[in-house]
Write a protein that binds this ligand. Sequence first.
Ligand SMILES: [Zn+2]
Length: 263
Amino acid sequence: MMQNIRTAARWVLPAALALCAAPAAAQSLRGSPASIDRMYNHARSADLTFYRTGTGVRGAAREGDLVRMSGNDDYRLSGVSYPYALSSTRTFVQRLGAQYREVCGEKLVITSGVRPTSLRLSNSTDRSVHPTGMAIDIRKPTGGRCLAWLRETLLHLEAQGVIEATEERRPPHFHVAVYPAPYRRYVSNAGGGSSSSAQSRSASRGSSSSSSRPSRTTYRVRSGDSLWEIARRHDTTVDRLRDANDMRSNRIVAGQVLIIPTR
Ligand SMILES: [Zn+2]
């Protein structure tokens, strides 16, 4: 588990996923027992931990097995009891959020992250993958164009085999499970050649192609650290650190794993 996350922290790339116009013929956003099974079986085979309590979630966050979703210019959280997820899932939220805001001019709204089994909702299945931090819920946009874009994008990613998404009615939301290893590979491959807005935005902030090189070092934040201090110690700058980690503020928390950009 820890090893997975450390590896995971290395590939978080600022590049946005390339939107694909190809139709996703066999895919559907309708939930089904088969869809629930796919998510559950993936979580089991990836050996993910199903957190049972809030204490377990907070412990995992301290260890860096789960990361905090803090919101940024592109997405916000609403009514989320535990704002944590697997780092691959947070990367998904950041990338989707950046594209969503570009298309819709509003923030993506996340309504659930990790949900310990002790918090299971009455209408949710005992095979839910929310307790692993793999899944998030996204509020369904009211605008037709944004809704259409979100459906199309989720179907596209599902067709790539990197997520499993369902459109739920009560309350209206998309449930998305992000498959850690396949999504990491997808993000690495999407790194080059994309003309998407999020990528050009980070390019204009001064990040170079070197910040998306796959081999990186990481640093686990200790209490009392400041971003400026970490940058100085690693012979880099606050701006470069923020770019490499998709950060919109200088706020860091103990236990958070930062990618240290290399030249
Ligand atoms: Zn859900």
